[in-house]
Write a new protein. Structure first.
Length: 397
């Protein structure tokens, strides 16, 4: 292994808050071999066969820069400019990564700005190989694909492709649309779009991309109401896929007669109604299983009354029989919301560093790789017990 021993010492002069990060660095370098995987990235190795240019040896080649950016993301550093401020006195930490020091902000920004579509595919290949070797998404017999999107509000309109679009929380501000596909808590596929594009148009591309990566027809797609449309429903039905997706209550009520006496109590705050095979969208002629949900929201009160929200669940899954099973299975997709909260807060995906669209795409690819590495780290080490645990507990007498 490249890292033989890790010794942590703390005193009044060399106190560091990144001491335990050395353990994660060892996992990235010696277990996942992340630096070796990044050697396929060729941002700085453009060929010039006619007039080859002899350049000086850069202390930060492509694989070192990618690994160091992954390290800064996992350290929770929001911007490249904060690297010099927060890591200027760290001596041993860059040595564990094989670096003489941490990069300057200009070096990282110039590196990000040089990415093209070809180099993004290289980063995508790194993420796919990482999940194939260590992830759980490639080992599922019936993988459940959760698809969702989030809006990145931007600070300036000078960013390429940043336009005011479908931005509900910050209306009028320029934004990007970021769609991600998840299996077993691992980001398998992702795409960044302009702010004026609807996330639902990326549904077919994400599903086809995941099918191509996993090479399996047994795929269950799970999404929210934003992805319900006639074209998306016809797409999954024609490809023989199973799906479960949310639906607005008004759409179902306009196409079907609803008897209020058929509501059944699921718990103290939830009621369920099973409509059986019903029609949802006019452009989709196939009848689908429809479940209606009524949820009580306690914190929100209107005129002294508790507010109730209603929505539907549409599915063609055949291995569920009762309405409660459909509801419980659909509720599990709420865990994908935790990824967007973590990506924007601890992983700082909302602080896009580049004015170029491809540069921001490259940064989000690195965020995805960092998130998957940390997820594999938690599953491989932190969640293991007994003799299989790499972190053996020390008995202190």
């Amino acid at each position: 292994m490249q890292i033989k021993d890790i010794e942590l010492r703390f005193d009044a002069t060399t106190l560091t808050k990144y001491g335990l990060f050395a353990l994660l660095t060892w996992f990235l370098v010696d277990i996942l071999h992340l630096e070796e995987r990044f050697k396929i990235v060729t941002v700085k190795r453009r060929r010039n066969r006619v007039k080859p240019i002899k350049r000086r040896r850069c202390p930060f080649p492509d694989e070192k820069l990618c690994l160091s950016i992954i390290a800064t993301i996992l350290l929770g550093i929001k911007r490249f400019e904060n690297v010099n401020v927060l890591l200027h006195n760290e001596i041993e930490l860059p040595k564990l990564l094989g670096l003489p020091r941490f990069f300057e902000a200009t070096t990282a920004r110039n590196f990000i700005n040089q990415f093209t579509l070809w180099h993004l595919r290289q980063l995508d290949r790194v993420n796919t190989q990482l999940l194939t070797d260590f992830g759980e998404s490639a080992c599922q017999d019936f993988p459940v694909l959760d698809i969702d999107s989030t809006t990145h509000s931007l600070e300036s309109r000078k960013r390429e492709g940043a336009v005011p679009g479908f931005n509900r929380k910050n209306k009028g501000k320029p934004c990007y649309q970021w769609s991600v596909g998840f299996i077993r808590g691992e980001a398998v596929s992702q795409n960044l779009m302009f702010g004026s594009q609807k996330p639902s148009i990326d549904f077919k591309d994400l599903v086809q991309d995941v099918i191509r990566r996993l090479d399996t027809p047994n795929l269950v797609v799970r999404a929210d109401t934003a992805y319900l449309s006639g074209s998306n429903l016809n797409f999954v039905i024609e490809n023989g896929l199973q799906f479960i997706v949310g639906a607005p209550y008004k759409w179902i009520a306009s196409n079907n007669s609803i008897d209020e006496s058929n509501w059944t109590q699921y718990d103290d705050e939830t009621r369920i109604m099973d409509l059986g095979q019903a029609k949802v969208v006019s452009k989709c002629p196939c009848p689908l299983r429809v479940i209606l949900i009524e949820k009580e929201q306690k914190p929100i009160k209107i005129r002294g009354r508790k507010r109730h929200i209603r929505y539907g669940i549409v599915s063609n899954i055949g291995f569920f029989t009762d309405a409660a099973s459909f509801y419980e299975f659909y509720k599990e997709r709420q865990t994908i919301e935790n990824f967007f909260k973590e990506s924007k807060n601890p992983f700082n995906a909302g602080k896009l560093p580049s004015q170029k669209f491809r540069g921001n795409q490259a940064y989000l690819y690195l965020v995805i790789i960092a998130y998957n590495c940390f997820s594999i780290f938690k599953k491989s080490i932190c969640h293991q017990t007994g003799t299989a645990n790499l972190l053996k507990q020390l008995e202190i007498s």
